[in-house]
Write a protein that binds this ligand. Sequence first.
Ligand SMILES: C[S@@+](CC[C@H](N)C(=O)[O-])C[C@H]1O[C@@H](n2cnc3c(N)ncnc32)[C@H](O)[C@@H]1O
Length: 322
Amino acid sequence: MSNYLQTVADVYAEAAQQPDDSLCCVSSPVWRLPDLAIPRQMLEMNYGCGSTVDPRDLRDDDTVLYVGVGGGLEALQFAYFTRRPGGVIAVDPVAAMRQKAAENFAEAAKLNPWFRPEFVQLLDGTALELPLARNTATVAAQNCLFNVFKAGDLDRALAEIVRVLKPGGRFCTSDPVTPVALPASLTEDERLRARCLSGCQTLPDYLATLANAGFGRIDVRAKFPYRYLSPREYPDLPAGVMLESVEVAAFKVPDGPDGPMIFTGRTATYHGPRDRYDDGQGNVLPLGIPTPVSDAAARRLERVADIVLTPPTWQAKGGGCC
Ligand SMILES: C[S@@+](CC[C@H](N)C(=O)[O-])C[C@H]1O[C@@H](n2cnc3c(N)ncnc32)[C@H](O)[C@@H]1O
């Protein structure tokens, strides 16, 4: 194991022993679902930087792979939907973290009559070599882990996700992104990196990395402020940097006609003389109704008469109104 990955494991072994509220977490609210009681220690160990759980697209027959279990909060939330042994498989190489998650699941079982600890199968393993067979999971998720990986390891972790997802499966991911490249003194600082403060990419690079890994459709579902890195604290920074968190769903589907389809919340609306506009590339725009389009399709449709484009909302949810 390379040195920085050992530092990552050490940081999270410490965070398993003693909950650390300065680690990763943001002020966005945790999903509160009917009949879901979350143990206090699980909440204190919320080391994510957003949410990978979206009640809109989870089904009870999903098989969910969760990479980097932390205190188990999101694995419990996924299990809320799957409710069967093995419905959620959580992988983590840090024994202390798996141990703490197991304790938290035992506590969750006392608080939630519908939940049993075996609804989450806890496995020793690493994101870089997942202990799962090819085409196993319908959903894979990671929250605030992949940003700590250096380029080669990140590509390897993503290739592993693509390998274990079923065709059509979805990778729900939440990570910080940076508006500018950070100085090497920060990116090479192993503890800063492990604490999800300096390993992150710019958003275009993050999306391109997902596309290169083989995800043919990528939805940016949320983007919001995460942490401010100030020159006072980090003198190597020429100016303050506002890191943001992004929540993304990436789908194991073939590319569209324009290449990987990246949806950032842009819509196209046709207002011409016919009842619809068909671009012949899979986008059919009904008269007067804003229709989600990929960024590449939006760039193409901008050149067509009688079509209005809207800017990214960073809340791409897929689908339309009917
Ligand atoms: C930032 S925490 C996020 C925890 C959890 N996802 C959450 O939202 O609370 C990172 C998690 O990844 C685990 N981890 C560290 N190195 C890993 C690796 N190589 N593969 C998988 N998980 C790893 C840590 O033990 C820790 O549980």
